[in-house]
Design a protein around this ligand. Structure first.
Ligand code: ATP
Ligand code: MG
Length: 305
């Protein structure tokens, strides 16, 4: 008998870095329960640069906090880099947060220590991990160069623009060279020019360091800036958009392919506009057509007889 292949070995073989399966998160406030994630499935490839979008309250931050090890799911499975996030001990979780993941928040003030200079901010996570002062200084300098802030090393956050503060925050998040970078609306407080710069920077860092990047954003043009966009609706992944780049001589043609996601139980979310067009509410008929599935409104049921 051959030994069973473990899920994380299969994932590593297939280049999958994040796997969430049937993830649930229920927030409890007093007697009230809010279901923030309801059976969410998500796979992210190693080295991918992807974004998560969705209406306010759809569960985006909840998902990111779970992947960052800042929150625990109520049920389901979440693997990052072969580690089962639900099975980590307290000590393993501290190690995970320190070395396996970098995080950038929307509020610039939450990312940086106000009385430390940019370079000192980047050094902090390394010094906490036991890196020597000299090595930390050298890497902090390299990272601030990578985010194009070599001329702002000794400025304090209050002396930097919003975009510069977020670029410093990205350098801080990458200090311990984590394989995964998570950002929750990192451009939410920036104007569109600074926001475009920050997205370009994420792309450069993704290519330069091979770091897997997941960004939550409300940017309407995000699909043109990342490899893949996944939309979350009501606590579940619903739609996925891939960017396709075709180079024809000097012409670069960017198109997008959109898919509806189907989960392990065969569930999918049909876009609400389509359901409304056919007045489909709580019941529909699904039939196999020629190489396709057809979803018909209920009234056809009676017409059949
Ligand atoms: N700590 C908490 N306690 C109670 N309910 C919470 C908590 N955090 C989130 N929720 C609820 O869970 C749901 C999902 O919240 P979440 O913050 O993940 O949404 P989001 O998609 O990030 O929204 P936004 O775009 O506004 O940031 C919401 O209904 C929210 O009110
Ligand atoms: Mg949020």
């Amino acid at each position: 008998m051959t030994a069973p292949v473990l899920q994380h070995e299969r994932d590593a073989h297939e280049g999958i870095y994040i796997r969430c399966e049937d993830l649930f998160k229920i927030h409890k406030i007093a007697d009230l329960e809010v279901v923030a994630l309801r059976g969410l499935d998500l796979k992210v490839r190693h080295g991918e640069f992807m974004a998560i979008v969705g209406a306010s309250g759809s569960g985006k931050s909840t998902l990111l906090n779970i992947l960052a090890g800042l929150d625990t799911p109520s049920a389901g499975r979440a693997y990052v880099g072969g580690q089962d996030l639900l099975g980590l001990s307290r000590a393993e979780m501290v190690e995970y947060r320190r070395n396996k993941v970098g995080f950038v928040w929307q509020q610039t003030s939450r990312n940086l220590v106000p009385y430390l200079s940019a370079i000192q901010n980047v050094e902090v996570p390394m010094l906490l991990s036991g890196v020597s002062k000299t090595a930390a200084r050298e890497r902090a300098q390299e990272l601030l160069e990578a985010v194009h802030l070599e001329h702002r090393l000794h400025h304090k956050p209050g002396q930097l623009s919003g975009g510069e503060q977020q670029r410093t925050s990205i350098a801080v998040a990458l200090a311990n060279n984590p394989p995964l970078l998570l950002a929750d609306e990192p451009t939410g407080e920036l104007d569109s020019v600074a926001a475009t710069d920050v997205f370009d920077l994420f792309g450069q860092l993704n290519r330069r360091y091979g770091v897997t990047i997941v960004i939550v954003t409300h940017d309407p043009d995000i699909a043109a800036k990342v490899d893949r966009v996944v939309a979350i609706r009501d606590g579940r992944t619903s739609v996925e958009i891939f960017r396709r780049i075709r180079k024809d001589g000097n012409d670069v043609d960017v198109t997008h392919d959109e898919f509806v996601l189907v989960d392990g139980a065969g569930r999918l979310q049909v876009p609400r506009e389509l359901l409304e067009q056919l007045s489909i509410r709580d019941r529909a008929r699904v039939m196999l057509g020629d190489g396709r599935l057809e979803i018909l409104p209920e009234r056809n049921r009676r017409e059949d007889h």
